[in-house]
Design a protein around this ligand. Sequence first.
Ligand code: AOF
Ligand code: ZN
Length: 366
Amino acid sequence: MAEALGLARQGVALTSPNPMVGCVIARGDVVVGRGFHTWDRVKHAEVLALEEAGDQARGADVYVTLEPCSHTGRTGPCADALIAAGVARVFAASGDPNPQVDGEGFRRLRAAGIEVFLLEEFEEAAAALNEPFFHFAKTGKPLVTLKCAVTLDGKISAPVDNTGWITSIRARAHVQTLRHAADVMVTGSGTVLADNPLLTDRSGLPRSRKLLRVVLDSTLRIPLHSRLVESVDGDLLIATTSAASPERRAALEARGVEVRVFDGPRGRVDIRDVVAELAARKYLSVMIEAGSMVNWAALDSGVVDKVFLYYAPKILGGLQSLPLAGGAGRQRRTDALVLERTKLHEIPPDEFAVEAWVKAESRRDG
Ligand code: AOF
Ligand code: ZN
């Protein structure tokens, strides 16, 4: 199963909106077939492993990271293919929460006389592998992660000059791996004006879908000569309000930018509606990389599921330097957003990142 999980991971960024799945077929200690899923090659991991195993699959053991499917989508049901191949036993690391499967894959295998085992010791690894896929299946929404680089005192920018980086090149390389695994990047027009970011996947590795870049820009302040607009390739969505100038909108659209209205309270873009639109487009994972204002708006709106905060061993101090999240903030200590399931990532020699989930009850004020 460890090998099947390793195979599944080879599909990183290559499977969305499908899950990463790996499969190993073995006769005793001898592996006779291996497979992992990618969107472009269509076939599921089990079918690829069966093709490699050929006749050797009869009577063999199958190790698969996700419950074999029982539905016909882009391919036929893997459960039926395993039955037809005459495998003896199927070991799975997790069930498939997809409502079209959801236990039916296991039932069908058992009904055909195949022994089925769910290996609980691998369940956590299997869930971590496809965190966005499982989250989407459960909630119907993409997994939204707020990523930010901060000083130890939680500052993201200094009052006079922001040239140079807060974190090291090693921490930024770590961020690139997160970006590579994400489907969507979100920022605000303030960040575009201040930093002129590109928000692209610079891992150099292939991906199944273009990384969609989204800018929250209620009045269409984004410069036509920003790197984002200049690099548009069907991958830039600007979320605005009906207060934005139609001329600016037309100028952006003429350059191939998609502009959409998401009117929210107080003349702002409604982030929840933006996330709902991303869900409708079947994006599984969204990363917010923005400034103080958007960070707070996102946290306060309740859309943020997780944070990934990179800490540099620095202190900026001062009341004028901007914190991770600005805006109004919560007015009482007891109303603070609470994080849980915290994981610490060391970035030697001096840095670290904190990965944590926003506790559901604390997401919305009051
Ligand atoms: C995959 N790869 O290796 C397995 C999957 O539209 P389809 O036919 O590709 O079906 C996608 C669903 O099939 C997916 O959401 C999951 O529930 C199930 N299993 N999917 O993409 C695989 N084994
Ligand atoms: Zn399948």
